[in-house]
Every structure is written in structure tokens, then in C-alpha cells.
Design a protein around this ligand. Structure first.
Ligand SMILES: [Fe+2]
Length: 428
């Protein structure tokens, strides 16, 4: 028995270290198309420089894994504990987020050396007897955390490059047209009906999940229908051309105030040029493809569009209940399209995973019985459960190994620089 238990523990350690190497290497791959200057830019307070993202994810392993594992741990550089802490009050003060782009030191090269040194120290930990199951579970949180920041690297650099009037591409060889041929010509919108009843929602199983996906609990749902696919650019363009952004009756009060204040008249990355609509993608400025899912819209815009279309946003529990039995398939970051792709035109519930995060009408709050842990990692999710809305399903910038049917992403209602879109719902 003891031999088997020992072998199982070695397998678990091997899985943790293997996954660590793979996730960290993927961050390095995302840096390949970027110059050191690209990595310094912070285009708005909500976004961070790439240089900060890759330092901060490293700080996470240093702070929560290495310092926890090794008594009298000596940090790589004590200044980094302040510079690269995001929001964890229980481990110390933080350099102000809106000013991250004002920092040129440590340089990108120094930050990359920091990553290599922490990777070496993590390898020593993996090879030692110090990697307890508790520490391995924090490593897993750190890897999921790094995957979240990988997505932010892509969305934040897209926002930074979009400030440049020459519309530079992150990557020039993106195959954005790969799935066009498969598209069903009519691209009709099917509605998929679901019965009323008591459904179970929230995480169950042995794998990783974040604390905000638990406890699993029951909800009652009235009969509802979900759109069989995501709303498209063509449908959203109809809304724009029907005066959608000029009709207060379609908008929530706070949404209408935001439209006025920000001067919104189309999704964030749409550009009207000589009578033709284009869209700024990670592959540069391209013709607005009508059958692609609309993306980079806020909760406010998703809600107004759905109202204009005679529908509404789904609740997060309608969305999750509809997913039961579906496998996790879709256009994720691994497919290298780095942009939402047209629906292939199959019947049934399509595009639930990948392409774009789907706004729900659910406020981001705690599930019944939720309690954040008492340590610093309890600050990860719980303290943000106010004034944000839940998005589901992952996007073309999300890693496939990162997403689940129970996964809850969250952003303020006005946020629109993510790959965020809309699937309509109806009460029936
Ligand atoms: Fe973070």
C-alpha cells in the first residue's frame, strides 16, 4: 500500500510540475510578437502593461507558494513585493494600478530574468519533499491565475495597439477566415427551449475550481429559451443602423448616461471608414465580417441590443443549466484565431464555449453558503462581489484547460475591452 501511495504522490507532483512548465511557457509564447516598448504601454487604468502582467503572475508564485514553503525565504527583490502586488491587502501595500505604465524599471529583460529565477526555485520545490498537497493546490490556483492574465495580456495589448492611428497588428499571420467556408448560408437563429424546474448549479467534481463557483445549490427556473448561437455582427449592425445608440428607451438609465458621456455609437473596436465598417482585431484592421459574433461590447450594450431584438440576457443559472451534458469545445486561444469565429451553422446549442464571454443579467454575488477563506487568497474573488455582472463560457483568448460550465467571470457593466458578446434569451 505504502509503495502505491508513494507512487500516486509522485504522479501528482509530476502532473503539477508538468502543468507549471506548460502554462509558464505559454506566457512566453504570447510575448513573441511583442517588442519591449509594446510591453510598457498602459492605455487606460483598467488595463496593465504586459511587463506588469508577467511580473505579477511570478510574484504570485513567490508570495503564495515559495514564501509559504520555505522558512526564512529570501525574495528575489523586496521591491517587487510592492511593485507587483495587485490587490492583496493582507500581504502588503500595492503600487497604484492606474500608474503601472509610468514604470520603466525593472526593465522587461529584468522581469524576464525574475521569471526564470522563480521558475528555477519552483523546480527545486517540485524536486523536494516540501511540495505538500496544500501547496500543490496553491500552485494550481497560481496556474489558473496566470491563465487569466494570459487572456488579459491579449486584451490589454489589443487596447494599447488600438490607440495607434496606424492600427498595428499584434500578429500579422492570423488566419481569421479559417472557418468561413463551413458557415451555413442562412445562419438562421434557432431558439432552444428548456423546461421549468429545479436545476443544480455550481461546481461538483474533483478538478480545480475557484471558490466563487461553490457551494453547489439548487435554483428554480421558469421555462426559458436560449438563442442557438451568439448574436452576430450583422445583427448588431442592424441595431446600430436602426438608431440603437440614439434611442433612450432601449437603455438602462446608467447605460444611457454612459452612452452620452463616452460618446458611444458602435462596439469598441468598430471603425467606420469611407462608408464601410471595419473592426480592429489582434490581426490588424479588417473588414467587419457579418457572420462573426459581435464582441467587445459592454453589459449595457448587450442589454440594450437584446431589448431592441425583443429578447433579454440569460441569467447565469439559465446559461449554466442549458450547458449540462455539453462538452467543452470551441474556439479557444489554442486555435490561434485570436478572434471570434462564425457559427458553423449546426442545429442545437452552439458556441456556448469559446469565441466570446457571454454577458448574463446576473449580478456577481456569493452563492448560498459561500464564505471566502480567512487567508490572503480569500481576497481573490469574494471581495469583488459588488457592482459587477457575470459572464460565462470563455473566449477566443481563454485557454481550453481553464474553462468550465460553472466558471464565473465578472466585469463592471461598462467594461468592453474583453472579448465579450451576447447570446439572447427569452421567457416562454
Ligand atoms: Fe492577478
Amino acid at each position: 500500500m505504502a509503495v502505491h501511495a508513494g507512487a500516486a504522490a509522485e504522479d501528482a507532483k509530476g502532473a503539477t510540475s508538468g502543468r507549471y512548465r506548460a502554462v509558464r511557457a505559454f506566457t512566453e509564447k504570447l510575448l513573441e510578437p511583442l517588442s519591449p516598448e509594446d510591453c510598457m504601454v498602459q492605455s487606460m487604468p483598467d488595463a496593465s502593461p504586459v511587463r506588469w502582467h508577467i511580473a505579477h503572475t511570478t510574484w504570485f508564485f513567490e508570495t503564495f507558494v515559495l514564501a509559504g514553503a520555505i522558512p526564512s525565504y529570501e525574495p528575489f527583490d523586496p521591491a517587487y513585493l510592492y511593485l507587483f502586488n495587485s490587490y492583496y491587502n493582507r500581504v502588503g501595500d500595492q503600487f497604484p494600478r492606474p500608474q503601472r505604465g509610468t514604470q520603466s524599471r525593472p526593465s522587461l529583460a529584468e522581469v524576464r530574468a525574475y521569471r526564470r529565477e522563480v521558475d528555477a526555485r519552483m523546480e527545486q520545490l517540485f524536486a523536494s519533499a516540501r511540495l505538500t498537497p496544500e501547496l500543490a493546490s496553491i500552485v494550481e490556483i497560481g496556474l489558473n491565475h496566470e491563465q487569466q492574465h494570459q487572456e488579459l495580456v491579449l486584451t490589454d495589448i489589443r487596447h494599447a495597439l488600438a490607440q495607434n492611428p496606424t492600427w498595428p497588428a499584434y500578429q500579422t499571420d492570423l488566419d481569421a477566415s479559417s472557418r468561413h467556408q463551413e458557415v451555413n448560408e442562412s445562419n438562421e437563429l434557432d431558439w432552444i427551449a428548456f423546461d421549468e424546474g429545479v436545476y443544480e448549479v455550481g461546481f461538483v467534481g474533483d478538478g480545480f475550481s475557484f471558490d466563487n463557483e461553490s457551494p453547489r445549490h439548487r435554483v428554480f427556473l421558469e421555462p426559458f429559451a436560449l438563442a442557438g448561437r451568439l448574436a452576430t455582427n450583422a445583427e448588431y449592425l442592424n441595431f446600430v443602423e436602426d438608431g440603437g445608440y440614439r434611442r433612450p428607451e432601449l437603455w438602462l438609465s446608467e447605460a444611457w448616461a454612459t452612452v452620452q458621456e463616452q460618446g458611444w455609437s458602435a462596439p469598441l473596436y468598430w471603425v467606420r471608414n469611407g462608408g464601410q465598417w471595419r473592426e480592429f482585431t489582434l490581426g490588424g484592421l479588417v473588414r467587419l465580417e457579418p457572420r462573426r459574433p459581435v464582441s467587445s461590447i459592454s453589459y449595457f450594450e448587450a442589454d440594450a441590443f437584446a431589448r431592441w431584438a425583443g429578447a433579454r440576457l440569460p441569467t447565469e443559472f439559465e446559461w449554466e443549466s442549458a450547458c449540462q451534458g455539453l462538452s467543452i469545445e470551441g474556439n479557444f486561444v489554442e486555435s490561434d484565431a485570436l478572434h471570434p469565429q462564425p457559427n458553423p451553422g449546426a442545429k442545437g446549442l452552439e458556441q456556448m464555449f469559446g469565441d466570446v464571454w457571454e454577458w448574463t443579467s446576473s449580478s456577481y454575488g456569493p452563492y448560498p453558503g459561500f464564505r471566502a477563506s480567512d487567508d490572503a487568497l480569500g481576497e481573490y474573488n469574494g471581495k469583488f462581489m459588488c457592482n459587477q455582472y457575470v459572464l460565462r463560457g470563455g473566449s477566443c483568448a481563454t485557454s481550453e484547460s481553464h474553462i468550465r460550465a460553472t466558471y464565473r467571470n465578472f466585469f463592471p457593466a461598462s467594461a468592453r475591452w474583453q472579448f465579450s458578446g451576447v447570446r439572447m434569451a427569452r421567457t416562454i
